[in-house]
Design a protein around this ligand. Structure first.
Ligand code: GLN
Length: 181
């Protein structure tokens, strides 16, 4: 059975875990230093939304950042949502630049339908980033209010929004499909 490691040091973890389990895969929460040793054995990863600064710091302090980045570099599929997209960019795993909080403050949170390479996705935007530049290794996949909000680089998916806060399983299914290949 596919096991997905969900970085769980801060942010919106439970909804991702629920969605992954509802699709028939297993979840391994990565939240303590002791979890780092298990990272290489996992099939795919989710970097959730939350606050990118604290998530990054805690992942570094707990020794999770390096094994995660190495597993993703070796080809393990990953889905980064919102703060998770920011981390993929910051860790050099997605060839994009992002602008944080680019859709305004919490009160500007919005629910929208975005088109992801032809597939409509229900998306929740909560202080999400915009992708301001896409380098040659990445591909823009989705737009919202004229800004890029979805990118792909091989098995690495990043989105500015929270698919896990809607009923939309499109991106989680793609993650599991990539893990099964
Ligand atoms: N504003 C947060 C950040 O910059 C991201 C918000 C989110 O993940 N919903 O890290």
């Amino acid at each position: 059975m596919t096991t997905v490691g969900v970085l769980a040091v801060q942010g919106g973890v439970a909804e991702h875990a629920e969605m992954i389990e509802s699709l028939g895969a297993r979840v391994r929460l990565l939240r303590r230093p002791a979890d780092a040793a298990d990272v290489p054995a996992l099939d795919a990863f989710v970097l959730p939304g939350g606050e990118s600064g604290p998530i990054d710091r805690l992942a570094g302090m707990f020794g999770l950042r390096r094994p995660l980045a190495e597993a993703i570099e070796r080809g393990a599929p990953v889905l980064g949502t919102c703060a998770g997209l920011i981390l993929l960019s910051r860790w050099g795993l997605l060839d994009v630049s992002v602008e944080r909080n680019a859709f305004g403050p919490q009160v500007c949170s919005a629910h929208a339908r975005v088109d992801w390479e032809g597939t409509p996705i229900d998306a929740a935007f909560i202080r999400g980033p915009k992708v301001t530049e896409v380098g040659p290794l990445a591909v823009a996949c989705a737009w919202h209010e004229g800004a890029i909000v979805g990118v792909r680089q091989g098995n690495r998916l990043g989105c500015s929004f929270h698919p896990e806060l809607t009923e939309d399983t499109t991106l989680h299914r793609r993650l599991l499909e990539a893990a099964a290949q």
